[in-house]
Design a protein around this ligand. Sequence first.
Ligand SMILES: *Cc1c(COP(=O)(O)O)cnc(C)c1O
Length: 428
Amino acid sequence: MNSDLKNIYSSLGISDRVFEFGEKTLDALKERFEKIDEVAEINQLKVLAALQKNQVSEACLHGTSGYGYNDMGREKLEAVYADIFHTEDALVRPQITCGTHALALALMSNLRPGDELLSPVGKPYDTLEEVIGIRPSAGSLAEYGVSYKQVDLLPDGGFDWEGIKAAVGPKTKLVTIQRSKGYQTRHTLSVSEIGELISFIKNIKSDVICMVDNCYGEFVETIEPSNVGADMCVGSLIKNPGGGLAPIGGYIAGRKSCVENAAYRLTSPGLGKEVGASLGILQSFYQGLFLSPTVTASALKSAIFGANIYEKLGFSVLPNSTEDRHDIIQAITFGRADAVEAFCRGIQAAAPIDSHVTPIPWDMPGYDAPVIMAAGAFVSGSSIELSADGPIKPPYAVYFQGGLTWPHGKFGILKSLQSLVDNGIVLW
Ligand SMILES: *Cc1c(COP(=O)(O)O)cnc(C)c1O
């Protein structure tokens, strides 16, 4: 068995030394992987129960065209999301083009001129800087007279309770809480930490809308931020909840009034959720959601495997090899641009699609430094599929995530290590 495995890895360019280092690393991870499987089991049943409760039928898998009035499949899918997220309502649409769009929609539809937006967890995800107007941009919230305040996390990663208390004022209308670290080297917030933060803020001002950027966090734990007080959870369907099958889309699950505002802005005042043809997309949304708990578990195992491999080799990894996980992202700080690029070439070489191409850094819209991306995915840009990216700027960290199956995630990590060895960065 072990020699069959070694042989096929060898035929795919993995040296015996890299393979054996991987196997040895895995030996210590059995118990952690069992815990991940337990979380996946609970979430699988949670999703199944929501599908059954809403009596999803075959007819729901077909779409509508034109205006999309009375789209039963779309309406039931939104009810399924609301059940899973434990919210009053949800908006789950292919017309939401990506995660940034979903977040912009949630913000712009629930904020009015004169309101203030607060981020109590430091700088938000890069692409939101232009949405908010931190970096001046046409159409930003700032242009519409919505002001912004930010309270950074403390140096130890904790919340700055005093700073947050001082920042919540009469104009504070909405608080945005990013669960995942994104392109930063802070820690990812657990659902229970988010719950604590929301209680604290609601104690100061009870009518503040608390929105969580839930990207990469779905199904990593057995509860979601909306189980602990979040008024809106927002995310992308080409990340966890699309299960690798959704080819586009975003969701907002939350309080009825918040979701309604978002629907009025997505389509039009007066029309809201009533329009928006689902075309032929619903089967992929339903089936992807159904697969998402185990797909997310595969991605988590891949991240933990990578953390253990690279920590052993002396690189700084976040989360570290033993920490609990609250999202699927793994950061590895290499401290040098050539290592970031070699790592990404290894991930690309492991891909099912475009494995023969070489990723190079480029100036992506929305980002302030060149970014290198390894992405050989069935869905373009999908980061629930095995993928890696890193801004080419200090501290030269690479962020990798995804893996629709655990064996593929494992192969990707071994390929990345092989690339570092072959390029003389890991000196073996
Ligand atoms: C991916 C991501 C976004 C933006 O999503 P896109 O689909 O890339 O626009 C926002 N916030 C976080 C934390 C993310 O990981």
